[in-house]
Design a protein around this ligand. Structure first.
Ligand SMILES: Nc1ncnc2c1ncn2[C@@H]1O[C@H](COP(=O)(O)OP(=O)(O)OP(=O)(O)O)[C@@H](O)[C@H]1O
Length: 468
């Protein structure tokens, strides 16, 4: 396969704007040579939509490169490093320097999110008013919205973001995980938004300069929200704290900003590679110097499971550690949610039929496919379930193979290597069908919801390109 084939095939089913994004993605993620030739060859397809408003060839080319530059910028890259033609500032583009600010101001406020305010529960409303009082009066404070799953933490953030943005000031929405970033309007991962280094020490600083767009965005921001903070290392939060002291020239926590953290330490915690329980707990925000300075907003009422109060209380008992355990780590599940394990395939098939009833007739429905999933703790079980699901799915099957190469002398072990499915790597053999759901594994374009964990539906495929 070549990247050239990929672009040629994609041009047959993609809009020019999608093709420009694909080109930018190739620049960022693929090992590429001869970029200029690749670009020249596909320039005509990439600028088809601009032909309606522009006939001058040079101006057309500039429009394409400006778009690619913006796409690269939102992926944290600079077009100058790819040897593409220089951009002429024909539009008096004076705000390019602070694209981060412009982009943030362009996030639309959803009326539905503004309306949330009138539906907030008493405890949500108390938190909302307290935070808004600090934002409007510019009083420095860090908050932590503490509530078990389903108590409406995300609901509260959406109300806050909508309110602050509708009044004019900047509110930055970040989360620890790419997938939760897409739940909040304008959401980005905290690492990408604040340029937090992956390897962290107690002296780490975010990798933006005082003159950068990110620094300007932070200076102008009135509210910083960081969701799922329980799943990040306290060092990451402390790194942002240090950088904010620096750019705001203020010794108050977070440089005097109003910051709202949220998450649930009863749910999934952060990953410390091969770490013990104690090491994991030690790395959380709970053990940070910041924790004592944080004002806690507690949400207790489960809004998600209002129709199933028994189940919500049961979940709370497990997360609080008060449910009776078997040994140290096991709890007994209620019988009505358990399918008894047998060694044959019968019970797995029953599970699939229970979760995906009448798959054949519903496979085309986005609503049906996006509202159900089977989770498993081990990759091998996931692969097995995927195989079963794909073979049940209606339609013609397409098989893709990975094309990784080997640098060491493992040439004879290629079959063995391909049979492995290590964490974070896609399988060597990928079987898909039209309409089947697929999950993105990279943060391609978080601003537009394309991040690690986003669900997509397969719309079309060719040998080197997939339209999803
Ligand atoms: N005040 C409310 N009125 C009506 N519905 C609400 C209210 N608060 C939350 N909900 C609904 O309850 C559900 C759970 O809310 P939400 O996702 O915000 O909880 P959460 O605490 O963020 O959960 P998790 O920790 O699992 O992410 C959502 O469907 C949300 O729309």
């Amino acid at each position: 396969m070549t990247l050239d084939d990929c672009l040629t095939e994609a041009a047959t089913f993609q809009m020019p704007c999608d093709l420009r994004r694909l080109f930018a993605t190739i620049l960022v993620l693929c090992e590429k040579t001869q970029i200029r030739q690749l670009c020249d060859k596909h320039l005509a397809s990439m600028c088809e939509d601009y032909h309606r408003t522009q006939s001058n060839e040079v101006a057309l080319e500039q429009m394409v490169f400006r778009d690619i530059r913006d796409l690269l910028q939102s992926m944290g890259k600079d077009i100058k490093s790819y040897g593409l033609p220089d951009l002429v500032d024909i539009y008096g583009d004076s705000d390019v320097e602070y694209k981060e600010v412009t982009e943030e101001r362009q996030v639309e406020v959803d009326q539905e999110h503004l309306d949330i305010f009138s539906r907030l529960s008493t405890e949500q409303l108390a938190g909302f008013n307290d935070i808004m009082d600090h934002v409007t009066n510019q009083k420095s404070q860090i908050f932590f919205v503490d509530g078990p799953g389903g108590t409406g933490k995300t609901y509260l953030y959406k109300a806050l973001l909508a309110k602050v943005r509708s009044m004019g000031p900047i509110a930055i929405a970040t989360t620890t995980l790419g997938i939760t970033a897409s739940i909040m309007p304008g959401g980005r991962t905290a690492h990408s938004r604040y340029k937090i280094p992956i390897k962290l020490t107690h002296n780490s600083m975010c990798s933006f300069t005082k003159q950068s767009g990110t620094a300007e965005l932070l200076k102008q921001a009135s509210l910083l929200i960081w969701y799922e903070v329980a799943m990040t290392k306290s060092l990451a939060v402390q790194t942002l704290d240090g950088s904010l002291h620096d750019i705001m020239e203020c010794a108050l926590p977070f440089g005097g900003k109003v910051a709202v953290f949220g998450g649930d330490f009863r749910q999934v915690l952060l990953v410390v590679t091969r770490g013990t329980r104690a090491q994991i707990t030690h790395a959380t925000l709970l053990r940070s110097y910041l924790w004592e300075m944080i004002c806690k907003i507690r949400l207790m009422r489960n809004m998600r499971a209002q129709t199933k109060p028994w189940f919500s209380k049961y979940l709370l008992r497990i997360s609080n550690g008060t449910e009776k355990t078997i040994g140290d780590d096991y709890v007994c599940l209620p019988e009505d949610i358990v399918i008894t394990y047998t060694k044959d395939e019968k019970q797995v098939n029953k599970l699939i039929e229970d979760v995906f009833p009448s798959l054949h007739t519903n496979a085309m429905s986005r609503e049906y496919m996006s509202t159900r999933a089977i989770l498993s703790t081990k990759n091998e079980h996931v692969d097995d379930l995927n195989d079963k699901m794909i073979s049940r799915f209606p339609g013609e099957e397409k098989v893709y193979h990975s094309f990784d190469s080997i640098e060491d002398d493992f040439e004879n072990n290629i079959d063995f290597l391909n049979s492995n499915t290590p964490n974070g790597l896609p399988p060597h053999v990928l079987k898909v069908k039209i309409n089947c759901p697929i999950i993105m594994l990279r943060n391609l374009d978080p601003h537009n919801g394309l991040c690690n964990g986003t669900w997509l539906m397969m719309r079309a495929f060719q040998d080197n390109a997939i339209d999803a």
